[in-house]
Design a protein around this ligand. Structure first.
Ligand SMILES: *Cc1c(COP(=O)(O)O)cnc(C)c1O
Length: 467
Protein backbone atom coordinates (compact mmCIF):
# COMPACT_ATOMS: atom_id res chain seq x y z
CA UNK A 1 0.00 0.00 0.00
CA UNK A 2 1.12 3.56 -0.74
CA UNK A 3 2.87 4.98 2.34
CA UNK A 4 0.72 8.12 2.66
CA UNK A 5 -2.44 6.08 2.37
CA UNK A 6 -1.12 3.62 4.92
CA UNK A 7 -0.26 6.41 7.37
CA UNK A 8 -3.64 8.09 6.88
CA UNK A 9 -5.50 4.82 7.34
CA UNK A 10 -3.71 4.28 10.66
CA UNK A 11 -4.45 7.88 11.65
CA UNK A 12 -8.07 7.99 10.56
CA UNK A 13 -9.57 8.65 13.99
CA UNK A 14 -7.20 11.60 14.55
CA UNK A 15 -7.98 13.04 11.12
CA UNK A 16 -11.74 12.84 11.64
CA UNK A 17 -11.43 14.28 15.15
CA UNK A 18 -9.43 17.26 13.87
CA UNK A 19 -11.93 17.95 11.12
CA UNK A 20 -14.79 17.61 13.57
CA UNK A 21 -13.19 20.06 16.03
CA UNK A 22 -12.49 22.54 13.28
CA UNK A 23 -16.06 22.17 12.05
CA UNK A 24 -17.57 22.76 15.47
CA UNK A 25 -15.40 25.84 15.98
CA UNK A 26 -16.38 27.25 12.59
CA UNK A 27 -20.08 26.66 13.14
CA UNK A 28 -20.04 28.03 16.70
CA UNK A 29 -18.60 31.26 15.34
CA UNK A 30 -20.61 31.49 12.17
CA UNK A 31 -22.71 34.47 13.32
CA UNK A 32 -19.55 36.58 13.53
CA UNK A 33 -17.92 35.21 10.43
CA UNK A 34 -17.91 37.71 7.50
CA UNK A 35 -20.52 37.16 4.79
CA UNK A 36 -18.15 38.30 2.05
CA UNK A 37 -14.43 38.23 1.43
CA UNK A 38 -11.86 39.80 -0.85
CA UNK A 39 -9.43 36.95 -0.24
CA UNK A 40 -7.90 35.36 -3.31
CA UNK A 41 -5.59 32.39 -3.70
CA UNK A 42 -2.08 32.07 -5.07
CA UNK A 43 -2.40 29.54 -7.82
CA UNK A 44 -0.69 26.20 -7.31
CA UNK A 45 -1.33 24.18 -10.42
CA UNK A 46 1.27 21.47 -10.27
CA UNK A 47 0.67 18.26 -8.43
CA UNK A 48 3.40 16.93 -6.17
CA UNK A 49 4.74 13.48 -6.91
CA UNK A 50 4.40 11.99 -3.45
CA UNK A 51 1.52 13.87 -1.89
CA UNK A 52 1.68 15.25 1.64
CA UNK A 53 -0.90 13.19 3.53
CA UNK A 54 -4.20 14.40 4.98
CA UNK A 55 -3.02 16.31 8.07
CA UNK A 56 -0.56 18.41 6.04
CA UNK A 57 -3.25 18.88 3.39
CA UNK A 58 -5.60 20.16 6.09
CA UNK A 59 -2.96 22.72 7.07
CA UNK A 60 -2.61 23.71 3.42
CA UNK A 61 -6.39 24.08 3.14
CA UNK A 62 -6.47 26.20 6.28
CA UNK A 63 -3.77 28.50 4.98
CA UNK A 64 -4.93 28.86 1.43
CA UNK A 65 -8.63 28.08 1.07
CA UNK A 66 -10.18 28.55 4.50
CA UNK A 67 -10.01 32.38 4.22
CA UNK A 68 -12.26 32.10 1.15
CA UNK A 69 -15.05 30.57 3.18
CA UNK A 70 -17.87 33.04 3.84
CA UNK A 71 -20.71 32.59 6.30
CA UNK A 72 -23.19 31.61 3.60
CA UNK A 73 -24.90 29.18 5.98
CA UNK A 74 -24.96 31.81 8.74
CA UNK A 75 -27.84 34.00 9.98
CA UNK A 76 -27.06 37.11 7.95
CA UNK A 77 -26.52 35.71 4.50
CA UNK A 78 -29.72 36.86 2.82
CA UNK A 79 -28.54 36.64 -0.78
CA UNK A 80 -30.22 34.46 -3.43
CA UNK A 81 -32.33 32.00 -1.41
CA UNK A 82 -29.56 30.49 0.65
CA UNK A 83 -30.50 28.12 3.44
CA UNK A 84 -28.34 26.89 6.27
CA UNK A 85 -27.65 23.46 7.66
CA UNK A 86 -29.32 22.19 10.81
CA UNK A 87 -27.12 20.21 13.22
CA UNK A 88 -29.01 17.03 12.35
CA UNK A 89 -28.56 17.65 8.63
CA UNK A 90 -24.82 18.04 9.12
CA UNK A 91 -24.69 14.74 11.03
CA UNK A 92 -26.60 13.05 8.19
CA UNK A 93 -24.34 14.62 5.60
CA UNK A 94 -21.17 13.37 7.31
CA UNK A 95 -22.58 9.88 7.57
CA UNK A 96 -23.52 9.98 3.89
CA UNK A 97 -19.84 10.38 3.13
CA UNK A 98 -18.71 7.81 5.65
CA UNK A 99 -21.05 5.07 4.50
CA UNK A 100 -20.64 6.12 0.84
CA UNK A 101 -23.56 4.15 -0.57
CA UNK A 102 -24.47 4.27 -4.24
CA UNK A 103 -28.19 4.73 -3.90
CA UNK A 104 -29.80 2.88 -6.75
CA UNK A 105 -31.97 0.00 -5.79
CA UNK A 106 -34.58 -0.82 -3.20
CA UNK A 107 -33.56 -4.45 -3.04
CA UNK A 108 -31.46 -7.09 -4.62
CA UNK A 109 -28.36 -5.23 -5.74
CA UNK A 110 -26.17 -5.44 -2.66
CA UNK A 111 -26.69 -1.75 -1.86
CA UNK A 112 -30.33 -1.40 -0.82
CA UNK A 113 -30.11 2.17 0.46
CA UNK A 114 -32.84 3.38 -1.91
CA UNK A 115 -35.22 2.25 0.84
CA UNK A 116 -33.94 5.17 2.90
CA UNK A 117 -34.53 7.61 0.06
CA UNK A 118 -38.04 6.25 -0.49
CA UNK A 119 -38.82 6.61 3.23
CA UNK A 120 -37.51 10.19 3.22
CA UNK A 121 -39.75 11.05 0.27
CA UNK A 122 -42.72 9.77 2.26
CA UNK A 123 -41.72 11.96 5.24
CA UNK A 124 -41.44 14.97 2.94
CA UNK A 125 -44.88 14.33 1.43
CA UNK A 126 -46.15 14.24 5.01
CA UNK A 127 -44.37 17.48 5.89
CA UNK A 128 -46.00 19.21 2.92
CA UNK A 129 -49.37 17.60 3.55
CA UNK A 130 -49.28 16.18 0.01
CA UNK A 131 -51.02 12.94 -0.97
CA UNK A 132 -48.92 9.78 -1.11
CA UNK A 133 -49.58 9.13 -4.79
CA UNK A 134 -46.37 10.89 -5.78
CA UNK A 135 -43.17 9.12 -6.61
CA UNK A 136 -40.17 11.24 -5.73
CA UNK A 137 -36.44 11.33 -5.85
CA UNK A 138 -33.47 13.39 -4.77
CA UNK A 139 -31.46 15.41 -7.26
CA UNK A 140 -28.77 18.07 -6.81
CA UNK A 141 -30.95 21.20 -6.86
CA UNK A 142 -34.21 22.73 -8.00
CA UNK A 143 -32.73 23.24 -11.46
CA UNK A 144 -32.34 19.49 -11.85
CA UNK A 145 -35.71 18.94 -10.24
CA UNK A 146 -37.32 21.22 -12.84
CA UNK A 147 -35.31 19.44 -15.53
CA UNK A 148 -36.41 15.98 -14.36
CA UNK A 149 -40.06 16.99 -14.12
CA UNK A 150 -40.08 18.78 -17.47
CA UNK A 151 -38.30 15.89 -19.18
CA UNK A 152 -41.17 13.60 -18.15
CA UNK A 153 -43.65 16.33 -19.15
CA UNK A 154 -42.03 16.47 -22.57
CA UNK A 155 -42.35 12.70 -22.90
CA UNK A 156 -46.04 12.97 -21.98
CA UNK A 157 -46.51 15.73 -24.55
CA UNK A 158 -44.81 13.67 -27.26
CA UNK A 159 -46.98 10.66 -26.45
CA UNK A 160 -50.11 12.79 -26.77
CA UNK A 161 -48.95 13.59 -30.29
CA UNK A 162 -47.98 10.02 -31.13
CA UNK A 163 -44.20 10.34 -30.64
CA UNK A 164 -41.84 8.63 -28.23
CA UNK A 165 -39.46 11.59 -27.77
CA UNK A 166 -37.13 9.63 -25.50
CA UNK A 167 -36.49 7.18 -28.31
CA UNK A 168 -36.95 9.26 -31.43
CA UNK A 169 -35.74 12.70 -30.37
CA UNK A 170 -37.54 15.93 -29.69
CA UNK A 171 -40.08 17.35 -32.12
CA UNK A 172 -41.09 20.87 -33.11
CA UNK A 173 -44.30 22.49 -31.96
CA UNK A 174 -44.21 21.45 -28.29
CA UNK A 175 -46.39 23.93 -26.41
CA UNK A 176 -45.30 25.34 -23.05
CA UNK A 177 -47.26 28.02 -21.17
CA UNK A 178 -45.99 30.03 -18.21
CA UNK A 179 -46.24 33.46 -16.57
CA UNK A 180 -43.24 34.20 -14.32
CA UNK A 181 -40.97 31.17 -14.62
CA UNK A 182 -37.75 30.84 -12.67
CA UNK A 183 -34.69 31.13 -14.93
CA UNK A 184 -33.86 27.50 -14.22
CA UNK A 185 -37.15 26.31 -15.75
CA UNK A 186 -36.16 28.07 -18.97
CA UNK A 187 -32.66 26.63 -18.69
CA UNK A 188 -34.26 23.19 -18.38
CA UNK A 189 -36.25 23.84 -21.56
CA UNK A 190 -32.99 24.75 -23.27
CA UNK A 191 -31.33 21.55 -22.05
CA UNK A 192 -34.34 19.50 -23.16
CA UNK A 193 -34.24 20.75 -26.73
CA UNK A 194 -37.59 22.50 -26.28
CA UNK A 195 -35.94 25.92 -26.44
CA UNK A 196 -35.88 28.53 -23.69
CA UNK A 197 -37.79 31.04 -25.85
CA UNK A 198 -40.37 28.50 -26.87
CA UNK A 199 -43.21 29.36 -24.52
CA UNK A 200 -46.42 31.34 -24.54
CA UNK A 201 -46.45 33.98 -21.84
CA UNK A 202 -49.56 34.18 -19.73
CA UNK A 203 -50.45 37.62 -18.40
CA UNK A 204 -49.94 38.33 -14.72
CA UNK A 205 -52.67 39.68 -12.47
CA UNK A 206 -53.04 43.43 -12.12
CA UNK A 207 -51.95 45.23 -8.98
CA UNK A 208 -48.22 44.61 -8.61
CA UNK A 209 -48.52 40.83 -8.94
CA UNK A 210 -46.32 38.13 -10.46
CA UNK A 211 -48.98 35.42 -10.34
CA UNK A 212 -50.66 34.37 -13.57
CA UNK A 213 -54.08 35.62 -14.56
CA UNK A 214 -55.91 32.31 -14.84
CA UNK A 215 -58.57 33.95 -17.05
CA UNK A 216 -55.84 34.72 -19.56
CA UNK A 217 -54.58 31.17 -19.12
CA UNK A 218 -58.00 29.81 -20.05
CA UNK A 219 -58.17 32.09 -23.11
CA UNK A 220 -54.82 30.78 -24.25
CA UNK A 221 -55.90 27.18 -23.64
CA UNK A 222 -59.02 27.73 -25.72
CA UNK A 223 -56.89 29.20 -28.50
CA UNK A 224 -54.87 25.96 -28.55
CA UNK A 225 -57.98 24.18 -29.73
CA UNK A 226 -57.48 20.95 -27.84
CA UNK A 227 -53.73 20.72 -28.40
CA UNK A 228 -51.96 19.30 -25.34
CA UNK A 229 -49.43 21.51 -23.54
CA UNK A 230 -47.25 21.84 -20.45
CA UNK A 231 -48.06 24.49 -17.86
CA UNK A 232 -45.20 25.71 -15.69
CA UNK A 233 -46.56 27.51 -12.66
CA UNK A 234 -44.98 29.18 -9.64
CA UNK A 235 -45.26 28.29 -5.99
CA UNK A 236 -43.34 31.34 -4.91
CA UNK A 237 -41.75 33.66 -7.47
CA UNK A 238 -38.23 34.72 -6.67
CA UNK A 239 -38.70 38.48 -6.44
CA UNK A 240 -41.94 38.79 -4.51
CA UNK A 241 -42.91 35.18 -3.60
CA UNK A 242 -46.19 35.37 -5.45
CA UNK A 243 -48.21 32.18 -5.89
CA UNK A 244 -50.29 31.15 -8.87
CA UNK A 245 -53.85 30.22 -7.98
CA UNK A 246 -53.57 26.45 -7.68
CA UNK A 247 -57.28 25.99 -7.00
CA UNK A 248 -58.22 27.78 -10.22
CA UNK A 249 -55.63 25.75 -12.14
CA UNK A 250 -57.01 22.55 -10.59
CA UNK A 251 -60.43 23.47 -11.99
CA UNK A 252 -58.96 24.05 -15.46
CA UNK A 253 -57.19 20.71 -15.26
CA UNK A 254 -60.55 18.99 -14.93
CA UNK A 255 -61.62 20.45 -18.28
CA UNK A 256 -58.47 20.54 -20.38
CA UNK A 257 -55.62 18.18 -21.09
CA UNK A 258 -52.22 19.43 -19.92
CA UNK A 259 -49.22 18.53 -17.80
CA UNK A 260 -49.12 20.75 -14.75
CA UNK A 261 -45.73 21.46 -13.22
CA UNK A 262 -45.25 23.61 -10.13
CA UNK A 263 -41.89 25.11 -9.27
CA UNK A 264 -42.26 25.47 -5.50
CA UNK A 265 -38.54 25.41 -4.78
CA UNK A 266 -38.86 27.38 -1.56
CA UNK A 267 -42.46 28.64 -1.56
CA UNK A 268 -43.72 25.09 -1.05
CA UNK A 269 -42.59 25.39 2.57
CA UNK A 270 -45.63 27.61 3.15
CA UNK A 271 -47.34 24.23 3.60
CA UNK A 272 -45.41 23.72 6.87
CA UNK A 273 -47.45 26.41 8.59
CA UNK A 274 -51.23 26.38 9.04
CA UNK A 275 -51.10 30.17 8.72
CA UNK A 276 -49.64 30.08 5.20
CA UNK A 277 -50.74 26.68 3.91
CA UNK A 278 -53.64 28.26 1.98
CA UNK A 279 -51.07 29.65 -0.49
CA UNK A 280 -50.50 26.18 -1.93
CA UNK A 281 -54.06 24.92 -1.71
CA UNK A 282 -54.78 22.81 -4.79
CA UNK A 283 -51.13 21.94 -5.50
CA UNK A 284 -51.89 18.31 -4.78
CA UNK A 285 -53.40 18.11 -8.29
CA UNK A 286 -50.14 18.94 -10.05
CA UNK A 287 -48.44 16.28 -12.16
CA UNK A 288 -45.03 17.32 -10.93
CA UNK A 289 -43.61 19.54 -8.19
CA UNK A 290 -40.12 20.94 -7.58
CA UNK A 291 -38.86 21.42 -4.01
CA UNK A 292 -35.40 22.58 -3.03
CA UNK A 293 -34.00 21.04 0.15
CA UNK A 294 -30.82 23.12 0.37
CA UNK A 295 -33.02 26.19 0.76
CA UNK A 296 -35.72 26.08 3.41
CA UNK A 297 -35.23 22.49 4.57
CA UNK A 298 -31.82 23.72 5.72
CA UNK A 299 -29.76 20.76 4.58
CA UNK A 300 -26.35 21.24 2.95
CA UNK A 301 -25.89 21.63 -0.80
CA UNK A 302 -26.66 19.68 -3.07
CA UNK A 303 -30.19 18.61 -2.30
CA UNK A 304 -33.60 18.94 -3.91
CA UNK A 305 -36.52 16.67 -4.69
CA UNK A 306 -39.03 16.25 -7.45
CA UNK A 307 -42.45 14.74 -6.95
CA UNK A 308 -44.10 13.17 -9.98
CA UNK A 309 -47.53 11.52 -9.83
CA UNK A 310 -47.22 7.77 -9.56
CA UNK A 311 -49.58 7.34 -12.52
CA UNK A 312 -46.75 8.67 -14.73
CA UNK A 313 -44.28 6.00 -13.59
CA UNK A 314 -44.06 4.50 -17.08
CA UNK A 315 -43.32 7.87 -18.67
CA UNK A 316 -40.61 8.41 -16.10
CA UNK A 317 -38.96 5.11 -16.95
CA UNK A 318 -39.31 5.76 -20.68
CA UNK A 319 -37.54 9.09 -20.19
CA UNK A 320 -34.68 7.96 -17.97
CA UNK A 321 -34.27 4.24 -18.57
CA UNK A 322 -30.64 3.23 -18.72
CA UNK A 323 -31.77 0.86 -21.41
CA UNK A 324 -28.61 -0.81 -22.60
CA UNK A 325 -27.66 -2.31 -19.27
CA UNK A 326 -29.50 -5.63 -18.91
CA UNK A 327 -27.46 -6.47 -15.78
CA UNK A 328 -29.46 -3.82 -13.94
CA UNK A 329 -32.68 -5.81 -14.22
CA UNK A 330 -36.30 -4.76 -14.66
CA UNK A 331 -36.65 -1.16 -13.36
CA UNK A 332 -40.26 -1.58 -12.32
CA UNK A 333 -39.71 -4.79 -10.43
CA UNK A 334 -36.65 -3.86 -8.36
CA UNK A 335 -37.01 -0.15 -7.93
CA UNK A 336 -33.86 1.30 -9.48
CA UNK A 337 -33.45 5.05 -9.30
CA UNK A 338 -31.18 5.34 -12.28
CA UNK A 339 -34.17 4.59 -14.48
CA UNK A 340 -36.26 7.33 -12.90
CA UNK A 341 -33.98 10.36 -13.01
CA UNK A 342 -31.01 11.85 -14.85
CA UNK A 343 -28.15 10.52 -12.74
CA UNK A 344 -26.93 6.94 -12.57
CA UNK A 345 -24.47 6.56 -9.69
CA UNK A 346 -25.45 8.86 -6.84
CA UNK A 347 -24.69 9.39 -3.17
CA UNK A 348 -27.23 8.71 -0.44
CA UNK A 349 -28.55 12.24 -0.91
CA UNK A 350 -31.61 11.72 1.26
CA UNK A 351 -29.78 11.09 4.53
CA UNK A 352 -29.23 14.73 5.64
CA UNK A 353 -32.91 15.44 4.99
CA UNK A 354 -33.96 12.26 6.81
CA UNK A 355 -31.89 13.22 9.86
CA UNK A 356 -33.29 16.73 9.96
CA UNK A 357 -36.89 15.63 9.45
CA UNK A 358 -36.57 13.02 12.21
CA UNK A 359 -34.78 15.41 14.56
CA UNK A 360 -37.16 18.37 14.31
CA UNK A 361 -40.42 16.99 12.95
CA UNK A 362 -43.33 19.01 11.63
CA UNK A 363 -43.16 21.48 14.51
CA UNK A 364 -39.48 22.13 13.88
CA UNK A 365 -40.13 23.13 10.29
CA UNK A 366 -43.20 25.11 11.17
CA UNK A 367 -41.04 27.08 13.63
CA UNK A 368 -38.27 27.68 11.10
CA UNK A 369 -40.71 28.82 8.41
CA UNK A 370 -42.78 31.07 10.67
CA UNK A 371 -39.66 32.57 12.25
CA UNK A 372 -38.20 33.44 8.84
CA UNK A 373 -41.48 35.00 7.74
CA UNK A 374 -41.36 37.12 10.91
CA UNK A 375 -37.77 38.09 10.01
CA UNK A 376 -38.95 39.20 6.56
CA UNK A 377 -41.84 41.18 8.01
CA UNK A 378 -39.59 42.93 10.51
CA UNK A 379 -37.12 43.84 7.81
CA UNK A 380 -39.91 44.85 5.40
CA UNK A 381 -41.43 47.16 8.05
CA UNK A 382 -38.10 48.89 8.49
CA UNK A 383 -37.70 49.36 4.71
CA UNK A 384 -41.23 50.68 4.44
CA UNK A 385 -40.71 53.24 7.24
CA UNK A 386 -37.21 54.49 6.41
CA UNK A 387 -37.53 57.30 3.85
CA UNK A 388 -34.21 56.29 2.25
CA UNK A 389 -35.81 53.10 0.88
CA UNK A 390 -38.81 52.00 -1.10
CA UNK A 391 -40.48 48.64 -0.60
CA UNK A 392 -41.30 47.34 -4.08
CA UNK A 393 -43.88 44.73 -3.14
CA UNK A 394 -45.72 43.71 -0.02
CA UNK A 395 -43.89 41.06 2.00
CA UNK A 396 -45.92 37.98 1.09
CA UNK A 397 -43.71 35.35 2.69
CA UNK A 398 -39.98 35.35 3.34
CA UNK A 399 -38.34 37.78 0.95
CA UNK A 400 -38.12 41.56 0.85
CA UNK A 401 -37.72 43.31 -2.50
CA UNK A 402 -36.75 46.98 -2.25
CA UNK A 403 -34.82 49.82 -3.78
CA UNK A 404 -33.52 53.28 -2.89
CA UNK A 405 -36.20 55.96 -2.68
CA UNK A 406 -36.28 58.43 -5.56
CA UNK A 407 -35.70 57.94 -9.28
CA UNK A 408 -32.49 60.01 -9.04
CA UNK A 409 -31.06 57.32 -6.75
CA UNK A 410 -31.55 54.42 -9.19
CA UNK A 411 -27.96 54.61 -10.34
CA UNK A 412 -26.82 54.30 -6.75
CA UNK A 413 -28.62 51.03 -6.01
CA UNK A 414 -25.78 48.76 -7.05
CA UNK A 415 -23.20 50.98 -5.34
CA UNK A 416 -25.23 50.97 -2.16
CA UNK A 417 -25.57 47.19 -2.30
CA UNK A 418 -21.85 46.83 -2.84
CA UNK A 419 -21.02 49.05 0.13
CA UNK A 420 -23.45 47.06 2.25
CA UNK A 421 -22.09 43.68 1.17
CA UNK A 422 -18.49 44.84 1.51
CA UNK A 423 -19.03 45.30 5.26
CA UNK A 424 -19.17 41.51 5.48
CA UNK A 425 -21.93 41.91 8.06
CA UNK A 426 -24.80 40.99 5.76
CA UNK A 427 -25.20 39.77 2.20
CA UNK A 428 -28.04 40.52 -0.22
CA UNK A 429 -28.35 40.17 -3.99
CA UNK A 430 -29.42 42.50 -6.81
CA UNK A 431 -32.49 42.06 -8.97
CA UNK A 432 -34.66 44.02 -11.37
CA UNK A 433 -38.30 44.43 -10.52
CA UNK A 434 -40.84 46.30 -12.66
CA UNK A 435 -37.97 47.89 -14.55
CA UNK A 436 -36.25 49.15 -11.40
CA UNK A 437 -32.86 48.13 -10.12
CA UNK A 438 -33.59 46.50 -6.81
CA UNK A 439 -32.23 44.49 -3.89
CA UNK A 440 -33.58 41.24 -2.50
CA UNK A 441 -33.22 39.83 0.98
CA UNK A 442 -34.39 36.24 1.47
CA UNK A 443 -34.86 34.69 4.90
CA UNK A 444 -34.39 30.92 4.93
CA UNK A 445 -31.97 30.20 7.75
CA UNK A 446 -32.91 28.58 11.06
CA UNK A 447 -30.40 30.78 12.92
CA UNK A 448 -31.69 34.21 11.88
CA UNK A 449 -33.34 36.18 14.71
CA UNK A 450 -34.71 39.67 15.34
CA UNK A 451 -31.38 40.92 16.71
CA UNK A 452 -29.80 40.10 13.36
CA UNK A 453 -32.47 42.19 11.63
CA UNK A 454 -31.87 45.09 14.06
CA UNK A 455 -28.11 44.94 13.51
CA UNK A 456 -28.57 45.12 9.76
CA UNK A 457 -31.11 47.93 9.81
CA UNK A 458 -28.75 49.99 12.01
CA UNK A 459 -25.98 49.36 9.52
CA UNK A 460 -28.22 50.35 6.59
CA UNK A 461 -29.27 53.58 8.30
CA UNK A 462 -25.61 54.55 8.64
CA UNK A 463 -24.86 53.79 5.00
CA UNK A 464 -28.00 55.50 3.72
CA UNK A 465 -27.02 58.71 5.55
CA UNK A 466 -23.86 58.79 3.46
CA UNK A 467 -25.70 58.52 0.11
C1 LIG B 1 -33.53 28.51 -6.36
C2 LIG B 1 -34.63 28.22 -7.29
C3 LIG B 1 -34.46 27.36 -8.38
C4 LIG B 1 -33.11 26.78 -8.75
O1 LIG B 1 -32.60 26.07 -7.71
P1 LIG B 1 -31.09 25.53 -7.60
O2 LIG B 1 -31.14 24.86 -6.30
O3 LIG B 1 -30.22 26.73 -7.65
O4 LIG B 1 -30.85 24.62 -8.73
C5 LIG B 1 -35.55 27.07 -9.15
N1 LIG B 1 -36.76 27.63 -8.90
C6 LIG B 1 -36.97 28.50 -7.89
C7 LIG B 1 -38.32 29.09 -7.68
C8 LIG B 1 -35.90 28.82 -7.05
O5 LIG B 1 -36.10 29.67 -6.03
Amino acid sequence: MNTNLKKDAANLATILKKVSEQGAEYLDGIAERPTSTTATIQKEHTLSEQGIGTLATLENFNERFEPLMVASSGPKYWGFVTGGSTPAAIAGDWLTTIYDQNTQAEKGSGDNSAQIELETIQLLLDLFDLPKDYLGGFVTGATLSNFTSLAVARQWLGKQKGYDIAKEGSIAGLKFLTATPHSSALKSMAMLGVGSNNFTKIRVLEGNREAMDTKDLEQKIIALNGEPFVLISSGGTVNTVDFDDFQAISELKKQYSFWWHIDAAFGGFAACSPIYRHLVKGWENADSITIDCHKWLNVPYESAVYFIKDQHRNLQVETFQNSNAPYLGDPLENFTYLNFLPENSRRLKALPAWFSLKAYGKKGYRDIVENNIENAKQFGDYIDKDSAFELLAQVRLNTVCFTLEGAENQEKVILFLKSLNDTGKVFMTPTVYNGKKAIRAAFVNWRTNSTDINDVTQLMKGLADKL
